[in-house]
Design a protein around this ligand. Structure first.
Ligand code: ADP
Ligand code: MG
Length: 706
């Protein structure tokens, strides 16, 4: 945090070794978990709790259940077992009547028990009781003097993430010291700076930060724990909300983009020249984009549309508007293959005298590339198509008016920021066919406007999906042969490139292609396509497949996103259980783009897979589940990780907010507070907001977004 350097030193900044009981060895272990200061330690929050909150009278202990009880130490004996382990046994006296309770406690290898606990002392024990013959016995229970503050027993006991060699009890004890009384003998939690105003806290009925931390580490009750967590989650969510809202505000206030317009008559001409009419939602989305481009506030729009809904043409139209206004446009794709395809598609759309367009991928020869970069810098070239990284990193534009980031189903904040730092503030259009569950979109894309293409072009056939086992493959290949005889094309997708001598027997593209060519698909025009092939060969294969000079493409997931071959009608996915739902949906979306009936075969031994079942399930409309529904299922099955890119990944590690399942109340309240705070202090410059500003900065920095 920026504010820290000048702030007076608090116990929070002190080395963990300043805590009683933490020596060099322990400090080294803590360091391994990134915990250097007492403050770090304090923010090492429990991952879960054991409920030892209810005391069970020692005479009423029940077998096979975790319980806490109080008892007086009776006779303690030590002996060696047949296996040579040291066994400590303790008779327990009922504190209520002072008589033996008929219950024993026993520990293996715990010499210190005898040294630490004296006969007659009142102790508290937590653990599971079990019958040994006719005696009920607590085996290896946690134990401590009953007059001591209950650290290990007696309530909700926190469980922490550990590292090898670090003992749970030690970590808990250090934390207890930190929470209750640190090196200065006053509770360290009392020194945690409060970043919320009194008003906010009162309005939202939130605990003070110190109290919240204390309750989260050592809950005084279940309800108090919930309140503690609510407070911490509030801070985290508010920080995120502030960051996003601020970014948007700043953007709208400071950034100036070129005003891009085209005459209606020109747009009519472009539309008339398309080989099809736009669908209603394509028109609507394009209409919105036109309005956005005509303003000097830079557009930040996410264009969502299911696989095959026709986003490319909308993006190409937007690029044309930019060029018509004397600006340039960049279209960025996630893979070379896709960049090549877009380049091909758009070039042919504009063949009758459209803007000039160039392709920039890593496989473009150096000389050609230099030439292309030169023409972009001079403004001679109108549009560049390339991979995300290349365009963002290496291109200088004369006047970049519009940047389209295709298949940007990841956060993309970093790319957006880098682009904007190029001295220009281009309008931004992000497209994605991986529908992001709405709860996630709401939060992560709060700084974007949304357009949805929610219909497929006319005349699309439903794609049927079949599940087959590897044993049924001969029939599958027969079907493929029939489709090819009708002049159609097919994909076979494998989970790996080359055969590997591991036991999992995953089908590889290389081996599958060889086998199909020699056997079941003999005589058909088959080619191989995968990411390790030289880009030139890949491009060549794609070109031949596009031109229908090939019948069957045996590929890896390089064809997953965006590839558009309307004549392809059969998609066979081998080892289908290896793919995520979003991936399978994308793969299936490679076929059924034309007017012929298409089908998809998922081949797997794992017939009971929930994902495969979801792929064959039909919705209430009798059609396969759409991308949104599948994304929702995927979120349920696999969690939010796959929706989060590199940059978002950090966000998936938010400590208290579950992005996959944001509490609506928390969302509403933090959004309202963020807006209220920024309404008064849009830049968070006021001294009373310094801590909030630092928190936003820290969150952003932690996720590499600063
Ligand atoms: P995606 O949204 O998945 O990126 P594409 O932009 O690749 O989809 O478009 C899928 C296919 O649909 C392409 O072959 C494209 O030419 C075609 N297409 C797009 N819009 C229409 C339309 N309105 N009518 C008919 N075909 C269309
Ligand atoms: Mg696309």
């Amino acid at each position: 945090m920026g504010a820290r350097a000048s702030a007076p030193t608090t116990s929070l900044d002190l080395d963990v070794r300043r805590l009683p009981g933490v020596g060099d060895e322990s400090a080294k272990l803590l360091e391994r978990m990134g915990l250097r200061t007492i403050g770090d330690l304090l923010w090492h929050l429990p991952t879960r709790y054991l409920d030892f909150s209810r005391f069970q009278p020692v005479k009423r202990l029940m077998p096979d259940r975790e319980q806490t009880t109080e008892a007086i130490v009776g006779r303690v004996t030590e002996r060696r077992t047949a296996r040579g382990q040291q066994l400590t046994e303790m008779e327990l006296i009922d504190p209520i009547d002072g008589l033996p309770a008929g219950v024993k406690a026993s520990w293996f290898g715990r010499q210190f028990i005898k040294d630490r606990l004296r006969e007659g002392q009142l102790i508290r024990l937590s653990g599971k009781a079990q019958w040994f013959g006719r005696t009920l016995q607590l085996s290896n229970p946690k134990v401590e003097p009953a007059d001591a503050e209950a650290v290990h027993t007696g309530r909700l006991v926190p469980i922490y993430r550990l590292t090898e060699g670090l003992k749970e009890g030690n970590l808990r004890r250090w934390l207890h010291t930190a929470v209750e009384g640190g090196p200065k003998r006053t509770p360290v939690v009392g020194e945690v700076p409060e970043m919320l105003s009194r008003d906010t806290r009162a309005r939202r009925e939130l605990l003070p930060i110190g109290e919240a931390l204390k309750e989260v580490h050592f809950p005084s009750s279940d309800a108090a724990l919930q309140e503690g967590r609510r407070r911490l989650a509030f801070d985290e969510m508010l920080t995120l909300q502030l960051g996003l809202a601020q970014r948007r505000l700043r953007w709208q206030r400071d950034a100036r983009a070129p005003v891009l317009r085209a005459a209606d008559a020109d747009v009519e001409t472009w539309l008339a020249a398309l080989p099809f009419t736009l669908t209603g939602s394509q028109q609507e989305a394009f209409g919105r984009i036109r309005e956005d481009l005509a303003r000097s506030i830079p557009m930040s729009r996410l264009l969502e549309g299911d696989v095959g809904s026709g986003k490319t043409v909308v993006a190409a139209l937007a690029a044309r508007i930019a060029v018509a206004s004397g600006a340039q446009a960049a279209l960025m794709a996630p893979t070379e293959l896709l960049a090549e395809q877009h380049h091909r598609t758009i070039s042919s759309l504009w063949a009758g005298g459209g803007p000039s367009i160039g392709l920039l991928t890593s496989s473009v020869p150096a000389a050609q590339r230099r030439d292309l970069l030169g023409r972009l810098a001079s403004g001679e070239l109108d549009v560049v198509v390339g991979t995300h990284a290349l365009v963002v990193e290496s291109v200088e534009f004369k006047k970049l008016g519009l940047a389209v980031i295709d298949e940007q189903h990841r956060f993309g904040v970093r790319q957006r920021t880098t682009l904007r730092e190029k001295g220009t503030d281009p309008h931004l259009l992000l497209t994605t066919a991986t529908p992001i569950p709405r709860t996630l979109t709401q939060t992560l894309y709060r700084d974007l406007d949304l357009s949805e293409i929610d219909e497929l072009p006319h005349g699309r056939q439903a794609i049927t999906t079949h599940l087959r086992t590897p044993a049924q493959l001969p029939k599958v290949w027969e079907g493929m042969r029939l489709a090819v005889e009708k002049g159609q094309q097919a994909f076979v997708v494998c989970p790996r490139i080359e055969p590997e001598p591991t036991a999992d027997e995953l089908p590889s593209a290389v081996a599958t292609e060889r086998e199909l060519r020699a056997g079941p698909l003999k005589g058909l025009r088959i080619a191989l396509l995968h990411g390790r092939m030289p880009a030139k060969d890949r491009d060549d294969v794609m070109r031949r497949f596009s031109a229908a000079e090939l019948d069957v493409l045996v590929a890896t997931t390089v064809v997953e996103v965006g590839i558009d071959i309307p004549n392809a009608t059969v998609m066979v996915v081998l080892g289908a259980d290896r793919f995520g739902l979003a991936q399978l949906h994308q793969l299936r979306g490679r076929v059924g783009r034309g007017t012929e009936r298409a089908y998809c075969v998922l081949v797997s031994d794992a017939m009971e897979s929930a994902r495969l079942a979801a792929m064959t399930e039909l919705g209430p409309d009798g059609k396969a589940l759409d991308g949104f529904e599948l994304a929702r299922r995927d979120l349920e099955i696999r969690g939010p990780g796959q929706f989060l890119g590199d940059e978002q990944h950090g966000l998936s590690e938010l400590r208290l907010v579950d992005l996959a399942d944001i509490d609506p109340r928390l969302y509403r309240e933090t959004a309202a507070e963020a807006d209220a705070i920024l309404a008064v202090d849009p830049t968070l410059d006021r001294p009373d907001n310094a801590l909030l500003a630092a928190a936003v900065e820290a969150l952003w920095r932690r996720h590499g977004l600063a």
